[in-house]
Ligand binder design. Sequence first.
Ligand SMILES: N[C@@H](CCC(=O)N[C@@H](CS)C(=O)NCC(=O)O)C(=O)O
Length: 216
Amino acid sequence: MLRLYGHPLSTFCMKVAMALYEAQTPFQHELVDFGDEASRARFYALAPLGKMPVLVDEDRGETVPETSIIIDYLASVDPAAARLMPSDPALAWKVRLADRIFDLHLQTPMQKIIDDRLRPDEAKDPFGVEQARGQLGRTLDVLERGRDRQSWAVGEDFTFADCSAAPALFYADKVVPFERSHAAMWAYFERLKARPSFARVLAEAEPYFHMYPAEA
Ligand SMILES: N[C@@H](CCC(=O)N[C@@H](CS)C(=O)NCC(=O)O)C(=O)O
């Protein structure tokens, strides 16, 4: 049995859930609620780094953190998940690079902006938020210039970089709407929205959207 510990609203949990749905790998969602002391304590006991999601493979006795590594792990135990990474090494590094860009250069500044909304007034960091907005905009510019005519993040086949892209773009659009400014990226995002695995994680997050911190 595979168990995915996380929360449906979390971008990183959406990324892994999409990969699991793409591979049609059976798994069980395990809800982690950081707002609940007991749930948080249980999660930290399992995942001392305190970042969700974490995948637990009960049959093999493995506990795997870090989304890209979770997907690598899935690929190592499930040939259907392995198809999310191209076998051609000339494409594989591009998929890894795209995954890093979506995680580090889109998600990270986006999360900085959202996290700031949750801070008490005296701990807010307007300078850091401004920097994060700048970084988010620059990343979208870079992605837009690199769009070319490919169907997915890298080339013509859906890969795990698309699982990284979909939730990152979904939340990035909430802080820096990009429909008008980045037309090629928007067209790609529309394509992602039509993908059943993404529609499914969005539907799972839907009941929790009221918890998303809107701009003050
Ligand atoms: N590099 C990690 C990032 C995971 C991450 O930042 N998860 C967020 C939720 S989207 C989290 O657990 N945040 C809780 C916290 O920072 O306290 C990965 O890819 O798994």
